[in-house]
Design a protein around this ligand. Structure first.
Ligand code: FAD
Length: 304
């Protein structure tokens, strides 16, 4: 299959890019591995206040609006369609191979595959997901309120979740692999609220029976079990770049390197959104980068 522009990822960056590309009459195809567009919006269980024009509703509501807008603009969209490899380089047309083996060649490719939450990858983590193991205290606040909860992670999200639960009457312990990296304000609020922080402590396993009951942890005092009624894992995010790393320069953590025009190191391949490690990683920045990338791509393809 051949298209003029292939956009990989239908989160805010890819949707913004595809809508704008369609309006500019580029022959665009938008692909996403998930069953519906929206990307991380499906994990935003509150009203994102930094999105102008979106006066109310949560992330999934915004994602549903994206789906409607893509359909109304007749943007060709293929969901449940996962990009497995990208071949690109000097003197060749970029080629993306999909799960199942189909190949798509495009005069331009926009990488907008975003990030996913980091898992601990320890025994019990997947087994007890939604059976005591949560990845969002905002989403699971009702089940976790008033209980003994261990939050795993040392960044802003971990401390914010811990504070939210403490306000909901939970007794919270934060397990941090190294030193807490959360902003000073969150750390002092946690200390003032009596939240226990266990630094230099690794989680070895999630233990339980019909549901999670404890963490096996290893810290300065050796190995032990930390019992709790709920566990919230907030260990950061990782870029979805495994599929394109072979052809594009990425930084040490796997984020795609771009220049100020959002061009990657491979000819005819651009990138936008969280995959480029923007500051701050957010819906408005992803939308803006999606639009900016299309301006650059159109200039490259059509000379204007
Ligand atoms: C809990 C939470 C709360 C947040 N709150 C806010 C907020 O209040 N305000 C705000 O501005 N931002 C918020 N964000 C951040 C915001 O959601 C992201 O910055 C934004 O979604 C990034 O958009 P993106 O298009 O770059 O990537 P993503 O949203 O990550 O979308 C990437 C898409 O690419 C697809 N994909 C990945 N790999 C492949 C592949 N190989 N093949 C095909 N498809 C692939 C994925 O399925 C996904 O749909 C929040 C994020 C989370 C997790």
């Amino acid at each position: 299959m051949n298209v003029e522009l292939l956009v990989i990822g239908a989160g805010p960056a890819g949707v913004s890019a595809a809508l704008w590309a369609k309006a500019l009459e580029l022959d665009v195809l938008l692909l996403d591995g998930a069953p519906v567009p929206g990307g991380q919006l499906h994990a935003v269980h509150f009203h994102p206040q930094d999105v102008p024009g979106f006066e109310q509703g949560d992330g999934p509501a915004l994602a549903a609006a994206y789906a409607r807008q893509l359909a109304a603009a007749s943007v060709p969209l293929r969901t449940a369609c996962f990009a497995e490899t990208l071949e690109a380089g000097e003197g060749r047309t970029p080629r993306v191979t999909l799960a199942g083996g189909e190949a798509v060649e495009a005069r331009a490719v926009l990488v907008a595959s975003g990030v996913r939450r980091r898992r601990l990858e320890v025994p019990g983590e997947r087994e007890f997901e939604n059976k005591g193991v949560s990845f969002s205290a905002t989403r699971d606040r009702e089940q976790l309120a008033g209980r003994t909860v261990a939050v795993v992670g040392g960044g802003d999200a971990a401390f914010e979740n811990a504070l939210l639960l403490e306000q909901a009457g939970s007794r919270v312990t934060i397990v941090v692999r190294g030193v807490p990296r959360a902003r000073a304000e969150f750390r002092s609020r946690a200390a003032a609220a009596g939240i226990t922080v266990l630094p230099d402590t690794r989680v070895l396993a999630v233990l339980g029976d019909d549901r999670a009951r404890a963490l096996r942890i290893s810290g300065p005092g050796g190995e032990r079990e930390l019992a709790a009624e709920g566990f919230v894992i907030k260990a950061g995010v990782v870029p979805n770049s495994e599929w394109c790393r072979g052809s594009l320069a990425c930084d040490a953590e796997g984020y795609v390197v771009v220049d100020e025009r959002l061009a990657t190191t491979a000819p005819a391949v651009w990138a936008a959104g969280d995959i480029t490690r923007p500051q701050p990683p957010s819906i408005p920045v992803a939308i803006g980068q999606g639009a900016q990338a299309i301006a650059m791509i159109r200039a490259a393809l059509r000379g204007r």
